[in-house]
Ligand binder design. Sequence first.
Ligand SMILES: Cc1ncc(COP(=O)(O)O)c(C=O)c1O
Length: 465
Amino acid sequence: MGDRPNGSLFSLLEGSSDLPLHLPAHGRGRALAPQLRRLLGRPAASWDLPELPALGGPLEPQGAVAEAQAACATLLGARHCWFGVNGASGLLQAALLGLAPPGSRVLLPRNLHRSLLHACVLGQLEPLLFDLPFDPRTGLWLPPSPAHLERVLAAAAPLQPVAAVLVDPTYQGFGSELGALVELLHGCGAGLPVLVDQAHGDGAALAAGADLVVLSLQKAAGGLAQTAALLAQGDRFDRRAVERSLLWLQTSSPSALLLASAAAAIAHGHSSAGRRQRQQAVGRALRLRKRLAGLGFEIAAGDDPLRLVLATAPLGINGLEADAWLLEHGVIAELPEPGALTFCLGLEPPRGLEKQLPRRLVELRQALGAAALPPFEPPPLPLLARPELGVGEAWRAPAEAVPLAESTGRIAAEPLCPYPPGIPLLIPGERIDAARAAWLERQRSRWPGQIADTVAVVANDRREQ
Ligand SMILES: Cc1ncc(COP(=O)(O)O)c(C=O)c1O
């Protein structure tokens, strides 16, 4: 370490890589909103200001931040907009706590981001997890159809959830018939308020009728990491409850730079320069897709052209192994999964992408390709699952590690959650049945290095089956 204890941290930030195809979507600054780029060019950190009266903060009624939030709400068609500096994670938690009082039940999709699970702990909420359609070819969860959601709602009705969450689009860029899904949720029981996790989206969920929408502005817009926005409309939520939760979960010193970045990313995305930038990126992405298809690669048909989902299973390659090989050869992908590898092309894809990526993928196929992997088995999950023990109670309980093979009948004490994508395969409080234990055991070989051979279970659980 010597006199430079942060040597490798700084050299990594200062260095460059051949083909960065990961988030943030601004591509190491290339696609930053011009206003933000100008700000960052000023004398170092001169913009690092506290909540001065003229600036205010996300919960202040007056000041420049309040004005910028109001302007962004108008641009996006929302009634309210709050910026966040702890990512979509922080705002999803505040939004869910704002919708559901302690002890209530919330309807969450199986592909929920782990931050929502954490919200259940913080807010003492009971998650009702609904299963999702599954693609055996890629091993990916798919968005629910309206008919699927209707079945879920029929199963959930006796449990009287007070709010529902949808993820749209998914990390891989798959969209749903969101308007129809929201309508079903609004029409169910007393009318469920709907929070849409649009971490990977652009706010279009508002037009589909969502009550609360969370955007991660580094993922589909050109903001810095940690920047996010919570949008709201209609009267199915209590504004005071949402603002109270924001107060509980946000820092008391939000970074003025990140708040400015949130404002700039939204404004730029809606400007003619921002739209042009996106169009050009999409044009390049579509040409790249065509070229890869011509070379015999299978690219999943998603709804976001800037997310390139390579199906690695048909090549006989696990996505995590493909990722490790590509990393060694200068290509940094965003999201490796057992049957697929997702590249985020960003709002200004790297120069030379159209030549370099196809070349590297051909080399990858030559190096690791084999007979196609067998179809992925869908997880053996009920349409609607309830943890037997409260998530927070199970997570805090004395725990012991048992081999996965011996976990049948025990209650999980920790989530089993490969990261990325940060989607739990098992949540604390769920009782593990034999089919689930066997499935989890098989997932170990699919997620090399990501799933331990033991699982944490609640100790002294006398109700073992
Ligand atoms: C679907 C989804 N929601 C929320 C998040 C959290 O976003 P952030 O990193 O901005 O906290 C992620 C992160 O990957 C995500 O994939």
